[in-house]
Ligand binder design. Structure first.
Ligand code: GAR
Length: 188
């Protein structure tokens, strides 16, 4: 099983996933793809000897280019880990129930356009939520709208600032995202 991880920025999840599957005989992180040439995630991947590719926004929408890149690396499954571009319909169709996304909130709350990274945690704080968490879901044509696979939650106190909320949620991602990927793949 060859996995491609799609990233746009820091890549802490990307690195964590690569390390988790490093010694796995059945699951290989075959490619890290970014829309941003300067994403730190690419540096992390290169250090861990994982092939990388950059496909900026205009090319990302070109069906033949993207699908042939994924075919070159014999990609079976896609993990979106902090990937911020809209996923074109042709990719959703080509990887139907073979592409998952990590979202830093308890969907369906705090999802959709503009809801990424710190914006999500700011919205959670502004809403006075008593808990937050992470969601892993299938990718379909609607942003953050695919069926939910797993959610992990953590309580919040009214004193928690945005940075604390972000840290609590990120701790869940580091702990549970690789495990969730493994479980999903085992059921395919
Ligand atoms: C993660 O917290 C992920 O949940 C979030 O971006 C962060 C990426 O961090 N994803 C989204 O907001 C998607 N809408 P990382 O680059 O350090 O893994």
């Amino acid at each position: 099983m060859n996995i491609a991880i799609f990233v746009s920025g820091n890549g802490s999840n990307c690195e964590n996933i690569i390390r988790y599957f490093e010694a796995d005989p059945d699951i290989r992180i075959a490619l890290v793809l970014s829309n941003k040439p300067d994403a730190y995630a690419l540096t992390r991947a290169r250090r861990l000897h994982v092939p990388t590719a950059v496909m900026p926004k205009p090319q990302f929408g070109e069906k033949d280019k993207l699908l042939s890149l994924l075919a070159d690396y014999e990609i079976d499954f896609i993990v979106l880990a902090g990937f911020l571009l809209y996923i074109p319909d042709f990719l959703v169709k080509a990887f139907d129930h073979r592409m998952i996304n990590l979202h830093p909130a308890l969907l369906p709350k705090f999802g959709g356009k503009g809801m990424y990274g710190h914006h999500v945690h700011e919205a959670v704080k502004a809403a006075g939520e008593r808990e937050t968490g992470m969601t892993v879901h299938w990718v379909n044509e609607q942003m953050d709208g695919g069926d939910i696979i797993a959610q992990y939650r953590t309580p919040l106190s009214p004193d928690d600032d945005v940075a604390t909320i972000a840290r609590k949620e990120h701790d869940l991602e580091i702990r549970y995202f690789p495990l969730t990927i493994r479980k999903v793949i085992e059921k395919l």
